[in-house]
Design a protein around this ligand. Structure first.
Ligand code: GDP
Ligand code: CA
Length: 316
């Protein structure tokens, strides 16, 4: 069985760990969001790719859901002693090694997809991890500050401001000119079906779909998604602030309606949201309710298994 998954960070990584446990023999390709990529101190950080790589490779900090287990922060401390920021972006010493190597390989001329492959040789994530594009795409958020309207890098809004300042606009800068990375369109075309993990619909899945060619290739497939919204709120993080920026309500049904029946064939919602199963606005999308909290690998595997079963049932 060949499965292709569009992925953000923590929500995707936990779902993927479940998927690997649920269908260990499946050939899984993960198309990762790079809109969150950031270069503090000139280091190329790919938060979503790394969260997937560390989680599936057994190196993730389980408490945080991102970053390395057993991490220390000596380097950031030294930089702070020089008065050099950003101090608000948590970069651990172990993690920094990944970014130093990524910087070197990129400087040698390798595209991000080849660099990611090289990094995965160490972590053996058990999936093929592809960046959505080798071309730079950066998610920018426009906010109204006391000093006037300002366009911020996503990380500055999300991490420094905790998305507490309302976003007026969220834009994937560079997406329109970006090409899908090698293997991305093939993985979508050749898959038996495509899954959307419970990733942020705007800044994770939405940004991947903004790369020309990807949405069309996804729409041509059988697609089953898992709701990141339970009982009218994100399970973790501030996805509600992203949905508000694009005028979509924070509910499992509204997110499915936002993707629409042209993209989604099936949608899993939590038991708390079972009224979505018969929601008239979701005509054309097969909605099922079941527990959707990824409390541990076993729970994530059951969710992944339900998504696979629904995709096989709906497969055209
Ligand atoms: P990020 O890039 O690290 O923000 O990660 P993603 O975009 O992949 O996933 C973020 C989304 O995961 C958030 O909107 C959360 O609501 C969702 N999420 C986190 N944990 C769970 C869970 O246990 N169950 C469900 N259904 N969604 C979750
Ligand atoms: Ca992310």
């Amino acid at each position: 069985m060949r499965i292709t998954v569009l992925a953000g960070g923590v929500g995707a990584a936990r779902f993927l760990r479940g998927l690997r446990a649920a269908v260990p023999d499946a050939d899984v390709t993960v198309i990762g969001n790079t809109g969150d990529d950031f270069t503090p101190f000139g280091l190329p950080v790919c938060p979503d790719l790394d969260t997937v790589m560390y989680t599936l490779g057994g190196g993730i900090s389980e408490e945080q859901g991102w970053g390395r287990a057993g991490e220390s922060h000596a380097v950031l401390g030294e930089l702070a002693a020089y008065g050099a920021g950003p101090a608000w972006f948590g970069l651990g010493d172990l993690d920094i090694a990944t970014h130093i190597l990524r910087a070197r390989l990129l400087a040698e001329g390798l595209p991000l997809s080849a660099v990611t492959k090289r990094l995965c040789e160490r972590w053996q994530p058990g999936v093929t991890l592809l960046p959505m594009s080798d071309d730079p795409v950066r998610t920018h958020v426009t906010v109204q500050l006391d000093t006037g309207e300002q366009e911020l890098h996503f990380q500055e809004w999300w991490v420094r401001l905790h998305a507490a300042v309302p976003a007026r606009k969220i834009e994937a800068v560079g997406a329109a000119q970006a090409r899908p990375a090698p293997g991305v369109l093939e993985a979508l075309a050749d898959a038996d079906f495509v899954l959307f993990p419970p990733s942020n619909p705007v800044v994770s899945i939405g940004v991947i779909l903004a790369v020309p060619g990807i949405a069309k290739a996804v729409a041509a497939q059988t697609v089953v998604g898992v709701s990141p919204i339970i009982g009218g709120a994100p399970v973790r993080g501030m996805a509600d602030a992203c949905l508000a920026a694009i005028g979509v309500q924070t509910s499992a049904a509204a997110v499915a309606a936002h993707y629409g029946p042209g993209l989604l064939d099936g949608w899993l919602v939590d038991e708390q949201d079972k009224e979505a199963v018969d929601a008239p606005e979701l005509a054309g999308i097969e909605v099922r309710s079941r527990p959707l909290y990824m409390t541990d690998v076993a729970a994530s595997a059951e969710i992944a298994s339900a998504a696979v079963d629904l995709a096989l049932e709906l497969r055209r």
